[in-house]
Design a protein around this ligand. Sequence first.
Ligand SMILES: Cc1cc2nc3c(=O)[nH]c(=O)nc-3n(C[C@H](O)[C@H](O)[C@H](O)COP(=O)(O)OP(=O)(O)OC[C@H]3O[C@@H](n4cnc5c(N)ncnc54)[C@H](O)[C@@H]3O)c2cc1C
Ligand SMILES: *[C@@H]1O[C@H](CO)[C@@H](O)[C@H](O)[C@H]1NC(C)=O
Ligand SMILES: *[C@@H]1O[C@H](CO)[C@@H](O)[C@H](O)[C@H]1NC(C)=O
Length: 391
Amino acid sequence: MASLNVLIVGGGIAGPAAAYWLSRIPSAKITLIERSSQMRASGQQLDLRVAGVDMMKKMGIEPAVRAVRCREPGTQIIDTDGRTKGYFPAAGHGGGRQSMTSEYEIMRGDLVKILYSLTENSPNVRHVYNRTVENFTQGNENDPNSKVHVIFSDGHQEDYDLVLAADGTGSKTRKIMLGPDAPDPRHRTGGYIAYFSIPSQPWDSDRSTFCQLPGPHMARTIITRKDCPELTRVYMILGKRDDSIDAALKSGDLTALKKAFADIYADDWWETKRFMRALLDTSEADDLYCTPYEEVRLPEGSWSKGRVILIGDAAHSATANGYGTSWGLIGPYLLAGELASRYEKDRPFPTVSIIEAAKKYEEIWRPVALAGHGGSAFAGSIFPPQVGGWH
Ligand SMILES: Cc1cc2nc3c(=O)[nH]c(=O)nc-3n(C[C@H](O)[C@H](O)[C@H](O)COP(=O)(O)OP(=O)(O)OC[C@H]3O[C@@H](n4cnc5c(N)ncnc54)[C@H](O)[C@@H]3O)c2cc1C
Ligand SMILES: *[C@@H]1O[C@H](CO)[C@@H](O)[C@H](O)[C@H]1NC(C)=O
Ligand SMILES: *[C@@H]1O[C@H](CO)[C@@H](O)[C@H](O)[C@H]1NC(C)=O
């Protein structure tokens, strides 16, 4: 019996979602590889929105998501003395579908675990950690039985009928697929978003709390959120690039990154002083994570090449626009549908059918997935541009 041998690179949101849908194709054999040495169940609060909520229900994980979701009552905007200036209840708490707090807020790590659990006991899905793709080549597109020849980081080689790149905004798989001469499709669209945890105080609000700081040199916003009793999560949004942050990101020096942010937020508005002291002095804040605002902009028709296909942020990332998670679940479902409808049981999957499915997937999904680019469709964003001011 001919099996469909699939490699999925990246165990974030889109990777495990794709593993789940593809595992339902008869005779599919799936390997999901993750670069980290264990499940990368980190990150802050994510929200599922609009069609992402329907998708989650379709995957049968709504009860699991409900069981761990963050009970954030809503979002408030405060002034620099901490006084509430506006309040927007969460969707499902009297707020509409477009509220800043979605009905389904969940910690990223919890969602990753739930998605992995969908295929943990599947006989046709294998999860491998501490593994990445070193390089690959593929046969001619006119050869119906061509394969993708993959060389892994540990040196071993294997052939696949299909490779899905789910390795995020900085996708290495995408780089190999596009070729050495292709320009980097990542475009900077503003400053940064960064988050860290601090020990909480009894007066920290359980609302998502936005405070825009005045100051001459750049737009700075502080947001706090609270998903558990012991910790308060502090988010920092910066409107512009900064040399010391770029240098710290490049070197991976956590202490330098902390210092760069503490320098920029070195004033006394609201509780900024307390937050920055905790950033510098407490181990809770060692989870500091920072990413520049950027978008992946690929030319039309370049989401796939032969038997290699991009999904999730690797295809269409737009940092923190509020849709990344929902889109990361929906894209793999659409692609799996296109593949499944062209798949004939017990027969090899011809190259031309895979290419057709990949093109169709891009054709239907690209216009929606790119709608949040360029700040043009911010209707449901948790960080509306007028608050962050990074455009
Ligand atoms: C650690 C982390 C924290 C995040 N925190 C937040 C957050 O707080 N809020 C928010 O809105 N969004 C966050 N994001 C982004 C968010 O998860 C994505 O925008 C979205 O869910 C789409 O998911 P994705 O699966 O396409 O990409 P990602 O979630 O980025 O997942 C990509 C996965 O691929 C792995 N990987 C990368 N390169 C390779 C490689 N070469 N080989 C093998 N594996 C590789 C990564 O370790 C990661 O597990 C975070 C992402 C990461 C990786
Ligand atoms: C990958 O393999 C191709 C073809 O053999 C080669 O041209 C390219 O340099 C290799 N790339 C890397 C990153 O090793
Ligand atoms: C990860 O894999 C590399 C080889 O690719 C190996 O040298 C290293 O020991 C592995 N690390 C863990 C934690 O398994």
